[in-house]
Design a binder for this molecule. Structure first.
Ligand SMILES: Cc1ncc(COP(=O)(O)O)c(C=O)c1O
Length: 384
């Protein structure tokens, strides 16, 4: 008999929509990954590591991650965010942010513990919480601004609450938490002696000069925050799955113990390549942001010209469109999109535990210009 939590899992909405895109020959704007090459300098670096004759970089890495990557991350967090980290005791390299989220939740939760999730959410949070036999308690972010309602969060806290998960820049809404929202959330976490799990995989995907600031940089949160990020989004190489988890030494030790017996370690040559890329990334990140802001503007301007409503994202590579009132649900709208319009999107109801009051579909604009233009030509047929 399978684990009762796991046996309730079904095919993820991302796999389903990518499969339907192929079946219906639709342009895939559903799953979040770029359809263009990652930076050549980095893919070349990885090839060089694999064939490096001096040192065998193709064997198991240390379980916490290679020292060079952990030291480089220490330098990055210090210079970018003024956060001082101990690379030996406070950083674990994981198989993408997804493994980091899993390890963080497994390391914190006992069966029956509660974790507050702000919906819409990235779907792996719920699966990880269930695998720990803990309970996800949803608090809804309401559109169109999707600002966290602190009063509702406080109401959801019980003596079993262990942690709150926040994600900024946010998938799927593209929102970035304001300083005021961060301070209010911090107060709740401190007042109720909770742990904050911050998913910051889109930390460098911010637009219009907006800057991401990790919540861990708030002094009082330093030792009660688990910060999770990944190189996948920043370098447009989602298949590399090089992620990391940052936490105070005791939390980090527990996270490392879960990681040790889940994957043990992460692809060694790719860790070397990411470490080199992160040593001095300022000019790359600037051009990366300009590139994605251009794609966002192309897509949003196109929707505007078609008189289609949308929410302009401040960060991430997603754009939400409200479900037209002529459709009974976001799922029905996505079905029409993939089968008739030939563009796939994700129904945001997949990112909720409760029945959403808002109905949106999510498009991923991490696609080359030609693909986005072709998608817009097809989207012009909505409502016709
Ligand atoms: C909010 C969020 N967190 C985590 C991840 C997973 O990151 P990784 O590919 O590094 O596991 C994603 C990927 O789409 C995401 O959108």
């Amino acid at each position: 008999m399978a684990n009762s939590q796991v046996s309730s899992f079904t095919e993820s909405i991302f796999s389903k929509m990518s499969r339907l895109s192929l079946e219906h020959e639709a342009i895939n704007l559903s799953q979040g990954f770029p359809n263009f090459r990652g930076p050549d300098f980095l893919t070349k670096l990885a090839c060089d590591q694999i064939t490096d004759p001096q040192m065998d970089k193709n064997q198991y890495a240390p379980s916490r991650g290679i020292p060079k990557l952990r030291h480089t991350l220490k330098q990055r967090y210090e210079s970018d965010y003024n956060l001082t980290l101990n690379p030996d005791t406070e950083i674990v390299i994981t198989n993408g942010a997804t493994e980091g989220i899993f390890c963080a939740i497994m390391s914190l939760c006992n069966p029956g513990d509660e974790v507050i999730v702000l919906e819409p959410f990235y779907d792996s949070y719920i699966a990880s919480i269930k695998m720990a036999h803990a309970i996800a308690i949803p608090v809804t972010l309401e559109g169109p601004d999707f600002s966290p309602d602190v009063a509702k969060i406080k109401k959801a806290i019980t003596p079993r609450t262990r942690a709150i998960i926040v994600n900024s820049p946010h998938n799927p809404t593209g929102r970035i938490l304001t300083d005021k929202e961060q301070r209010e959330l911090a107060q709740v976490v401190i007042d109720h002696d909770l742990i904050l799990i911050c998913d910051e995989v889109y930390e460098h995907l911010t637009f219009d000069q907006k800057k991401h600031r990790p919540m861990m940089a708030i002094n009082e949160l330093r030792d009660r925050t688990i910060t999770i990020s990944s190189a996948g989004k920043t370098f447009g190489l989602t298949g590399w799955k090089i992620g990391w988890v940052i936490a105070s030494a005791p939390l980090s030790h527990a996270i490392h113990m879960v990681h040790q017996f889940t994957t043990f370690s992460v692809a060694t040559p790719l860790q070397w390549a990411v470490a080199s890329a992160l040593e001095n990334p300022a000019s790359y990140i600037k051009s990366f942001q300009t590139h994605y802001q251009g794609l966002r503007d192309l897509f949003c301007k196109g929707l505007e010209e078609l008189n289609l409503p949308f929410l302009k994202p401040e960060g991430s590579y997603f754009c939400l469109m409200p479900t037209p009132s002529s459709f009974k649900s976001d799922e029905a709208f996505c079905e029409k999109l993939v089968k008739e319009i030939k563009v796939s999107a994700i129904p945001c109801s997949a990112f909720y535990l409760t029945k959403p009051v808002d109905s949106y579909v999510r498009f991923c604009f991490a696609k080359d210009e030609a693909t986005l233009k072709q998608a817009l030509v097809r989207l012009a047929k909505i409502g016709k």
